[in-house]
Design a protein around this ligand. Sequence first.
Ligand code: HEC
Length: 191
Amino acid sequence: MKHGKGYGLTGVAITLLLSCTKTSMETPVPCSEKIIEVVTVSTPSDGCYSHSGSINVSANGSSGFTYKINGNPFQSSGNFVNLSPGNYTIIAKDAEGCEAVKLVGVGAGIAGPKFSALKNLLLVKCSRCHSGKLPPAGKDWSIDCTITAGKWLINNRAVIIGDMPKGGPELSADEKAVITSWISAGGLVEN
Ligand code: HEC
């Protein structure tokens, strides 16, 4: 009697274990059904010619994440340091190989109010041709140092000539003033 019960219980335990293993092997959640969110915090570099920026990455929606930046190999740490200003492609991959991508910018210093207003103007009026991987118009105006290095070009085309945004409409007087007042304040990220 006692023996019988003992075997019976052992039998149940084994069955449960097997069916558990079987279930998790047969029905992995497909990547398309996972909602993986890449969470990033970036700190700016100190100026256009330094490499002191950083990006800290984490992800949720799955587990066992590794991370990579641009074309580098995946690593378990989500901490990327010694970055120069620019845009970086961050990928998080979970234990089953499901990936999520995020484009993250590293600035060139703490942005001042005039620069922030200008950057927002460029985002709204220019980014569809002047940002992203291989921007169709050449210059990527989402990168702080490309903006500061190109300030006279921007002034020339968007304020003086007035043919940018290409195809119009021309910027309003107020929008042009966002560009000129930033340049006359110094034309730096911190202005
Ligand atoms: C509809 C697409 C489009 C939009 C929107 C646009 N541009 Fe352009 N831009 C271009 C193209 C294409 C070129 C390259 C050909 C040329 O110089 O005309 C260009 C070139 C430029 C250049 C010259 C770059 C160089 O290397 O000499 C500047 C400066 C410029 N754009 C500024 C701006 C600004 C500032 C805005 C927003 C206020 C803007 N563009 C919006 C398409 C666009």
